[in-house]
Design a protein around this ligand. Sequence first.
Ligand code: NI
Ligand code: MN
Length: 228
Amino acid sequence: MKINYFGHSCFELEVGGKRILFDPFIRGNALATEVEISTIQPDYILITHGHADHIEDAVEIANQSNAMVISNFEICRWLESKGVQRTHAMNIGGHWYFDFGKVKCVNAVHSSSMPDGSYGGNPMGFLLESDAANLYFAGDTALTTDMKLIGEYKRIDLAFLPIGNNYTMGIDNAVIASDFVRCDRIIGMHYDTVEQIKIDQDEAFGKFAAAGKELILLSIGGTFTFNR
Ligand code: NI
Ligand code: MN
């Protein structure tokens, strides 16, 4: 499984011959100016919640790629009103089998309004099960004991956790979250993009290492190949 990073919480997975894009936010990210949006051609776009820093480029990328958007009901309806053709609406607790694997929507403790202020439903995280790996993509969330259910439910090979603090959990709580989901390999996200979420990366690496875990921080435009 190959993972491409486009900054903030925007990742593209290549799994089962499909490209799956998470939380597209590139144009508004001052750190991601080198990323060429027109080259991003996913088969699916997964969106955790309605905030601009997770959805701002979704309409453009969905239209140029004809990707299917998977998100909550309210976000799918909003995207359709903006001209997105293909959506699959879900909600927390549900799962569905797609041609790349199984997606289960899990709880996230956050908020979710759309960029125009309309209602964005409940924020979610995603559990993605495929032949290549089982992934937990937390979205924007606080630490929550609900994460223990994820660890009990499935073996998680790789967890995408926010570590930037202020709007989400920070480093210390993300270490606990990785314990709750029983995962020792963490890809950090939602950090350094703006002043409020700047982190000390050495501190982050040290705290995860002290807990016996590996923290991976990708450079924007960088890729990571995961093997179970
Ligand atoms: Ni948010
Ligand atoms: Mn956010």
